[in-house]
Design a protein around this ligand. Structure first.
Ligand code: Q46
Ligand code: ZN
Length: 303
């Protein structure tokens, strides 16, 4: 197989695009997909400051690398979740990448800075780990962006992630989540704009990107991911994709084009009921936000 762009021997085949690429043209393809996602969805304006949430994994490091190469002003944010060796080594990958690119990495450590870790927090709040973790990440990424004067928070969710989340939301017809499942969530009510510039690229493409760019990343899965339903949805979608290349992208992008607007009123109604958290000031439907409740339970359990 030959490279679609330069006709040199191809090193990767993308069945979804019915194309192969040589190394250099594949890297160009990845940058172009990110540039297109940013343009199509008005993700980042000229001169805006971006904070990319970095986990030490392939997606977030590749995203940081590409955004830097596209000329954006972008710092990284690493959140130490206190998940044993997994957190120790993922932090090392994030720091090594920042040092290599001469980029700025902001760090927040849950145990040291907030007094609890995810395993303790999830047990204390009787939430599954990924739920306690997800809500902590959303809260702290936003807070760090507000505190640091950033215009945008970017996350490394790729096409496989978004298709799997969509699949789960459709299986349960979770209309509120369907209304919010967009590649851009606008700023408002104390929330900084959130963007997902990797939605046009799949998991395999991100792994290949890191290999070709010589980016070292943490390969192990988070030990708390076991039982995470999204992994099963990803496998199911991979089986479908195998038989019908392009099905995953069609599922996600046709949803954005044809159906997501049908659910925005449910999501907007949920947003209209928000007021400031009595403890931290973030917008919340109750008296105290979910993060402050989690933190109070977790720190009580740790002391
Ligand atoms: S880090 Fe956190 Fe993930 Fe680990 S506990 Fe779950 S959500 S799996 S991306
Ligand atoms: Zn709060």
């Amino acid at each position: 197989m030959r490279c679609r762009r330069c006709k040199a021997p191809a090193v990767i085949e993308l069945r979804r695009h019915n194309a192969g690429f040589c190394g250099d043209c594949f890297l160009h393809h990845c940058r172009e997909q990110v540039r297109r996602a940013i343009d199509d969805h008005a993700m980042i304006g000229a001169g805006e400051r971006v904070l990319v949430a970095v986990s030490g994994g392939k997606d977030s490091l590749a995203l940081w690398d590409i955004l830097l190469d596209l000329g954006h002003s972008v710092d990284g944010l690493y959140l130490g979740l206190g998940i044993g060796d997994y957190s120790t080594s993922s932090a090392a990958y994030a720091r090594a990448f920042a040092a290599r690119r001469g980029a700025n990495l902001v760090e927040i450590d849950l145990p040291a800075d907030l007094g609890f870790d995810i395993p303790t927090g999830s047990r204390a709040a009787k939430r599954v780990p990924c739920s306690a973790c997800g809500l902590s990440k959303r809260h702290l990424f936003n807070q760090a962006a507000v505190d640091g004067g950033y215009d945008v928070v970017a996350t490394g969710h790729n096409l496989d992630d978004e298709a799997a989340v969509l699949f789960g939301n459709v299986l349960r017809w979770n209309t509120e989540y369907l209304g919010r499942q967009l590649p851009v969530l606008p700023a408002g009510q104390g929330f900084v704009r959130k963007v997902k510039p990797l939605v046009r690229l799949g998991e395999r493409e991100m792994a290949a990107y890191c290999v070709l760019r010589g980016i070292d990343y943490i390969v192990e899965e988070c030990p708390m991911a076991e039982g995470n339903r999204h992994l099963a949805y990803k496998e199911a979608l991979n089986d479908i994709e195998e038989r019908s290349p392009g099905a995953k992208a069609a599922f996600y992008f046709e949803f954005l084009d044809k159906a997501s607007h049908l659910f925005t009123s449910t999501a907007d109604a949920a947003k209209a009921d928000l007021r400031p958290c009595s403890s931290c000031g973030s917008a919340t439907p109750g008296e105290t936000c979910a993060f402050c409740k989690l933190r109070a339970r977790a720190t009580a359990a740790s002391s």
